[in-house]
Design a binder for this molecule. Structure first.
Ligand SMILES: [Zn+2]
Length: 305
C-alpha cells in the first residue's frame, strides 16, 4: 500500500538540484542548501534536537488544513522523534530483510527529490515548464506502481501535493532532507531510494545516470553499495546503448544528507542531466520514465533476492 503523506515546508528554491551538489566527483554544482546540510551532517548519529537553523526553511509555505494534515502531523511527530536514530548495523539489516522476505513485508521508501514550491533544477531551454521535481515525482510514481505490483509495500516521502512536515518548538515548519530521513526512519522500511535529476550548466555535454551511495557513515553498510550496483546493472541492461551508469561513493560527512541519515540501505539516483539535450528529452518521455522505473525495480528485486 502506498502511503501518500501530508507535509508542508520547503527547501530553498535553487537553480540546481540541492542534492546534486558538491561531491568531489566530476561535474559539481554547489549551493547554500548543500553546504548547510553538510554542516549539519557532522555529528548526527544521535540528535536530541535537530539544528533547524542550519536546515533550509520555508517561510512562505502554508499548511493546508485537511484531514490528511492531522494524520500527517502525527506522522511528522514520529519523524521528528526518529531523528534520534541509532544505526542498525549490517547484521540487523540482514535479519530484518530476511524476516520481511519471509513475511512478505518488504518495504521501500521512495523519495521524489524536491517538490511543491521547491522545483529543484530548472532549465527552460530543455525542459520548458517542467521542473526536476515534476520528473522525479513522475518516475517515483511509476517505480512505486511497479514495486507494488511485485508485492512490495511502498511509501513515498511526499506525493507532490501534500507532504508531512515537522513543526519545531519555534513554530518553523520544515521538510528538508533531514525530515525526509526522519520520516523514512519512522517507517518499517528496508530500502530508501531518492530520485533526482542532475544539472551542469557549465557544459551541456555532460550526461548520464549517476547512483550515489554512502560509505564510512554511521549508517553505511555493504548493502548500500549492493543496491547501488544492482540498480546500475539493471539500468545498463535496460538501456544497453546508453552511456554506462556511474557509481558514486560518498564518504563520511561529504555524503548527501538523505543517504547519510537513513538507517536502511540507501541510494540517491541522479536519473540524468537536464542540462543535456538528449538526457532532458529522455527525462521528459513517459515511456523512458517507465523503462527507467522498471529497471530500478529490477535492481531492487536483485538486491533483495
Ligand atoms: Zn535534486
Amino acid at each position: 500500500m502506498k502511503k501518500h503523506i501530508q507535509i508542508c515546508a520547503v527547501l530553498l528554491c535553487v537553480l540546481l538540484c540541492t542534492a546534486c551538489g558538491d561531491n568531489t566527483a566530476a561535474p559539481q554544482t554547489t549551493d547554500a542548501v548543500t553546504t548547510a546540510e553538510h554542516t549539519q551532517a557532522t555529528d548526527e548519529t544521535t540528535i536530541a534536537v535537530p539544528d533547524v537553523t542550519s536546515e533550509p526553511t520555508d517561510a512562505q509555505s502554508e499548511v493546508t488544513t485537511t484531514e490528511a494534515t492531522t494524520e500527517a502531523t502525527t506522522k511528522a511527530t514520529t519523524a521528528l522523534n526518529v531523528l534520534q536514530y541509532t544505526p542498525l548495523g549490517e547484521k540487523e539489516i540482514k535479519n530484518r530483510m530476511t524476516q520481511a522476505k519471509k513475511d512478505g513485508t518488504l518495504c521501500v521508501v521512495i523519495d521524489p527529490g524536491h517538490g511543491l514550491v521547491d522545483p529543484g533544477a530548472v532549465h527552460d531551454e530543455n525542459l520548458g515548464d517542467v521542473t526536476e521535481s515534476d520528473i522525479t515525482l513522475a518516475i517515483a510514481n511509476k517505480l512505486a506502481a511497479v514495486l507494488e505490483d511485485r508485492g512490495y509495500t511502498v511509501v513515498l516521502t511526499h506525493d507532490g501535493e501534500t507532504k508531512p512536515y515537522t513543526e519545531y518548538d519555534d513554530g518553523k515548519a520544515v521538510y528538508g532532507p533531514s525530515e525526509r530521513c526522519g520520516f523514512s526512519n519512522a517507517q518499517d522500511a528496508h530500502l530508501f531510494i531518492s530520485l533526482h535529476c542532475d544539472a551542469y550548466p557549465q557544459s551541456a555535454d555532460v550526461s548520464g545516470t549517476r547512483i550515489y551511495y554512502p560509505v564510512d557513515t554511521p549508517n553505511s553498510t555493504k548493502y548500500d553499495k549492493e543496491i547501488a550496483s544492482a540498480c546500475k546493472k539493471a539500468l545498463e541492461k535496460a538501456f544497453p546503448d546508453a552511456k554506462k551508469v556511474s557509481l558514486m561513493d560518498m564518504h563520511g560527512e561529504d555524503c548527501y544528507t538523505v543517504i547519510y541519515k537513513t538507517v536502511v540501505p540507501s541510494i540517491l539516483v541522479e536519473c540524468g542531466f537536464i542540462t543535456n539535450k538528449d538526457d532532458a528529452a529522455k527525462l521528459l518521455d513517459e515511456t523512458w520514465q517507465q523503462s527507467f522505473a522498471d529497471a530500478l525495480a529490477n535492481g531492487v528485486d536483485t538486491f533483495f533476492n
